[in-house]
Structure formats: structure tokens, C-alpha cells
Design a protein around this ligand. Structure first.
Ligand SMILES: [Cu+2]
Length: 191
């Protein structure tokens, strides 16, 4: 019996600390939420060049860890860095002043916490269009009204989902976003 409990405890702790890869689409204009992530020690951030221009991923001098891809060109080019130290890492593209972000490394987060922290909805309140952004790939989403009735749903396979909400009655809704085994529900206001 003891053995089973121990095995279970080990399984739970491994699940909570599993390493995660965060994907950032690296292109002109990528900054703010689209270029920032909160990760745990051991997590990897992977930048993928999503336009054909030259870019770099270069840490600022005050960053906790130093990293530099050098200037690379080519659609689909990837640069990955594994963060191991707690702290804040501001970084930029050496070519474009409108490309920058922050990778914050916090003490071990559960996978669920990482998912929630990487998930952004905007604008909220929304009028015509609601954008869901997640650094962990979005598999599906579902919008329900306050009575629990589903009013919209969709499948996806990327970091962005755009919902046309212009035909919905103004009011409060609940948006559930799913990524693999993870899901999170957030309150959304439609105006
Ligand atoms: Cu650039």
C-alpha cells in the first residue's frame, strides 16, 4: 500500500514539474503578450521566424541569463533557449525596434498555471471580434452564456483564435479554452 502511495506521489510531482516548451512567433511587430512568457526553471522557449526578414533573439544586458541567436533569416528558422535560473529576461531583435519581450522565470509552476498565465483574451470587453492568444497551442474553445448554453465553439491548432462575436447578445459569457489535457474557463463580456 505504501509503495502505491509513493508511486502516486512521484507521478503527481512529475506531472506538476513537467518541462514545457513555449512557442513564440517571431516576426516584425511581435512584442508585448505575443512575445512574453512566464515559465518555470527547465522550460524551453522556442522562437520561430514567421516572416522572411532577418531577426535575432538577443537578451538585454540586465537579463538573468544571456542568450543570442545572432541575426538569422528564413521562414521557419527556429531558435530555442532553456531557462534554468529564476529571474527576468528582457530581450529584443537586433534588427527591428518593435520586436521585444520578457521571459519571466518563476519557481515551479504547475502545467495548469503555465497554461493560464500564457493565455490572453483581448479585447475584453469585446464588441465585434475576440482574440484568444496562448503560447501553448489552442486545440479548441467553447463560449457559453450565463445559463450554461453553448453559443459558439471551434477547433484550432495554433497560438491564435479569432472569434466573430458581433452577432451575440451583449452580456456575460464564459469562454473555455482547451490545450491537450488542459482547460481553463474565463469570464468574457460582450458589449
Ligand atoms: Cu526582427
Amino acid at each position: 500500500m505504501k509503495k502505491i502511495v509513493l508511486t502516486l506521489a512521484l507521478f503527481v510531482s512529475l506531472t506538476l514539474t513537467a518541462q514545457t516548451t513555449f512557442d513564440i512567433n517571431w516576426e516584425v511587430g511581435a512584442n508585448g503578450a505575443a512575445a512574453s512568457a512566464t515559465v518555470a526553471p527547465g522550460d524551453t522557449v522556442r522562437w520561430t521566424w514567421t516572416d522572411a526578414l532577418p531577426h535575432s533573439v538577443t537578451s538585454e544586458s540586465g537579463a538573468q541569463q544571456a542568450f543570442d541567436s545572432g541575426i538569422l533569416t528564413g521562414l521557419g528558422t527556429e531558435f530555442s533557449f532553456t531557462f534554468t535560473q529564476l529571474g527576468t529576461n528582457d530581450y529584443r531583435c537586433d534588427v527591428h525596434s518593435n520586436m521585444f519581450g520578457t521571459i519571466t522565470v518563476e519557481e515551479v509552476l504547475s502545467i495548469q498555471d503555465k497554461f493560464v498565465k500564457s493565455l490572453k483574451l483581448y479585447p475584453n470587453p469585446a464588441k465585434d471580434q475576440l482574440t484568444i492568444f496562448s503560447l501553448m497551442k489552442i486545440d479548441s474553445f467553447e463560449l457559453a452564456n450565463v445559463s450554461g448554453q453553448r453559443v459558439m465553439q471551434g477547433k484550432d491548432d495554433g497560438n491564435f483564435s479569432m472569434l466573430n462575436v458581433s452577432t451575440l447578445q451583449p452580456g456575460m459569457y464564459f469562454l473555455t479554452v482547451t490545450s491537450g489535457d488542459l482547460s481553463h474557463t474565463t469570464k468574457v463580456i460582450i458589449q
